[in-house]
Design a protein around this ligand. Structure first.
Ligand SMILES: Cc1cc2nc3c(=O)[nH]c(=O)nc-3n(C[C@H](O)[C@H](O)[C@H](O)COP(=O)(O)OP(=O)(O)OC[C@H]3O[C@@H](n4cnc5c(N)ncnc54)[C@H](O)[C@@H]3O)c2cc1C
Length: 380
């Protein structure tokens, strides 16, 4: 077992860390406060090859692998969780097209996602009445000559106001077919009949764009089908397994920021004549925060290494996502506590980290859904 990073992994990590501290971190509070979509930052990430890290180089990606992608996401999330989620989803969309797309689909979309011509790529699976249970989706696609016509609504679509391409899931067989009657389509930004709704007013990751989408007779050519007809659900599940490593990384990054700021504060803030870092109760908090972050990191590296080696990794991705997201909420909550009353104000980033961490327990499969996946393997 080798826990050392390869030269490529170390380089990607350092590149992301430098960009995060130099460019992203100084803007993070403003991005949150003003709900500002970080277009220039996403362009900068694309310039560094960080928007398609695990996409082959011949398609414009970095070809640096899954572990590199996880490490880079941790670094960006440590600076700004809003930016990180859009980076994560765009990477996921590029990977899915590179893996399941036809040559024409890959050539059209991967270089544009990788190079920043598309601000984001979006993953349009959830619906107003189908989140944890996407097999219950109602959006439909029907064949009309050489085209597909998509009708329905999607909900919570990250980066959806700015996406150059959306992966859209729709029912192509009757509702009785459940998950076996769903296909997957590539819909380009600005398609006729595609309406983007008002961004959600969220608790955290306020700089990330989250919108409902309406498909009103959106026509796409037959060649827009991604993968096999009625084979879309499998693509969604496989992409989500990978995406869960991304969300683990986001959670770890948020927790690292919360710990670093807590350490700094604990060394400066004095009570009873000494820095609070000298009180054992605070030291224990810091030790527990650090230990939990390290555990989450190792779990995420295991899932990433398995995926990179083309081994089954679904269970490991769920374990990693469940642990990292709940860990991030605990760690960010402790960070607020260590900051005392100041932690409850916007003067310090601790409250932002707590708000940002909370969503990691919800998207790309809630904690309850991760437990279902894990329990299935425990009981088998
Ligand atoms: C900020 C944000 C960004 C998002 N981005 C995207 C995106 O880009 N693309 C996309 O497709 N979706 C996205 N989502 C949607 C997200 O994946 C869903 O919100 C999530 O899967 C939960 O679905 P739901 O909200 O419909 O909750 P529900 O499915 O209604 O669940 C409600 C509660 O019931 C629990 N529950 C449900 N079923 C079970 C069960 N069988 N056993 C036990 N408990 C259960 C859930 O865990 C939850 O606690 C995003 C969501 C948010 C908040």
């Amino acid at each position: 077992m080798d826990l050392e990073l390869s030269d490529t992994q170390a380089l990607v990590q350092k590149t992301a860390r430098d960009f995060a501290s130099r460019v992203v971190a100084p803007q993070a509070a403003e991005i949150d406060e003003r709900e500002k979509f970080p277009r220039e930052i996403l362009r900068g990430l694309a310039d560094l090859g960080l928007m398609a890290i695990n996409v082959p180089q011949e398609l414009g990606g970095s070809g640096a692998g899954v572990v590199s992608a996880a490490l880079a996401l941790q670094e960006i999330a440590r600076a700004c969780a809003s930016t990180a989620v859009m980076m994560s989803v765009t990477n996921m969309v590029g990977e899915a097209i590179a893996r399941f797309g036809t040559d024409a689909q890959k050539q059209r979309h991967c270089p544009r996602l990788a190079g920043g011509e598309y601000a984001t790529g979006s993953f349009a699976l959830s619906e107003p009445d189908a989140g944890s249970d996407p097999g219950g989706m109602r959006t439909t696609a029907r064949r009309d000559g050489g085209e597909w016509v998509i009708d329905g609504a999607k909900q919570w679509i990250t980066g959806g106001s700015y996406a150059g391409v959306y992966i859209v899931w729709a029912r192509t067989a009757g509702p009785e077919t459940g998950a076996r009657g769903i296909s997957c389509f590539l819909v380009e930004g600005g398609a006729n009949g595609l309406k983007v709704g008002r961004p959600e007013d969220k608790m955290g990751i306020r700089g990330s764009d989250t919108v409902p989408l309406e498909f009103d007779g959106v026509r796409v050519p037959a060649e827009a089908l991604l993968g096999q007809e009625n084979g879309g659900f499998k693509i969604a599940m496989m992409a989500l397994d990978g995406g869960r490593i991304g969300i683990s990384s986001q959670a770890i990054g948020i927790a690292r920021a919360a710990l670093a700021e807590s350490v700094e504060y604990a060394k400066e803030r004095k009570t009873f004549g000494v820095p609070i870092a000298q009180h054992q109760a605070i030291q224990w908090k810091l030790a527990d925060m650090h230990t939990q972050i390290e555990a989450a990191h190792l779990l995420s590296m295991r899932a990433a290494a398995l995926k990179e080696a083309d081994q089954p990794f679904s269970r490991e991705a769920s374990i990693s996502k469940l642990f990292a997201s709940e860990m991030a909420v605990r760690v960010a909550n402790e960070a607020v506590q260590i900051h005392g009353g100041y932690g409850y104000t916007r003067e310090f980033a601790a409250e932002r980290h707590l708000r940002d961490a909370r969503v990691t327990m919800i998207y790309e499969g809630t904690s309850e859904i991760q437990r279902l996946v894990i329990a299935r393997t425990v009981l088998s």
